[in-house]
Design a protein around this ligand. Structure first.
Ligand SMILES: O=C(O)C(=O)C[C@H](O)[C@H](O)COP(=O)(O)O
Length: 214
């Protein structure tokens, strides 16, 4: 599997899936099965959110045991988490925001990353750092596909993975935009489905992503 750090992380993600699964793992023993279940459904990507105490160990487990899956760490909200995620084996980083300290810490890891933006000035501030790939967060609440469509004309250099309120119902509208490579969402891995260990359901939800493939 080519390393996403060699080129564009958005292209690396989009080559694998139109929908990046944003995964919250409450129990460490969910990590490897959920990654395998997504891969079995044709979605060999996990954005593991650093929202639970087991999250870094979950990244470590997936990186070690499910090499066919591209595993990233999401919810990077403090600079220190960037290096922790790299050390755990994350192959890309995602943040809901883009403060100067977060941008510096994510850059220092040497990993590809998607900083979060929600306004034109934030998009421009990220571009000023020489970085043209980002997340739009919270996508629906900050203007959704209409916002990104409006941004595409004056700021065509910025490319996005919109996340936050993206659903099977609105994903296609984002994916049609020239400045959207892929979208992110939690719907492939509902928390109750993971708690129940219903890995077949995760695979089924992942397979349904085929309807969104270009
Ligand atoms: O954890 C992060 O890093 C975030 O930025 C938040 C997530 O992207 C959203 O929570 C997505 O959640 P849904 O709206 O359910 O798809």
């Amino acid at each position: 599997m080519p390393s996403p750090s060699e080129s564009s992380v958005l292209d690396a993600l989009a080559a694998r899936t139109p929908v990046v699964p944003v995964v919250v793992v409450d129990e460490l023993d969910q990590a490897v099965p959920v990654a395998r279940a997504l891969a079995a459904g044709g979605v060999p990507v996990v954005e593991l959110t650093l929202r639970t105490p087991v999250a870094l160990d979950a990244v470590r487990a997936i990186a070690a045991e499910v090499p066919e899956v591209l595993v990233g760490a999401g919810t990077i909200v403090t600079p220190g988490q960037a290096e922790q995620a790299r050390a755990a084996g994350a192959q890309f980083l995602v943040s809901p925001g883009a403060t100067p300290a977060l941008l510096a810490a994510m850059t220092d890891t040497g990993l590809p990353f998607l900083p979060g933006t929600a306004t034109v000035s934030e998009v421009l501030a990220v571009l000023e750092t020489g970085h043209d790939e980002m997340k739009l967060f919270p996508a629906e609440a900050s203007g959704g596909a209409a916002f990104l469509s409006s941004v595409a004309s004056p700021v065509p250099a910025a490319r996005f993975c919109p996340t936050g309120g993206v659903t099977p119902a609105n994903a296609a509208a984002y994916l049609r935009l020239p400045n959207v490579a892929c979208v992110g969402g939690t719907w492939l891995t509902p928390r109750d489905v993971l708690a129940a260990g219903d890995w077949a359901r995760v695979t089924e939800l992942a397979r349904a992503v085929d309807d969104l493939r270009a």
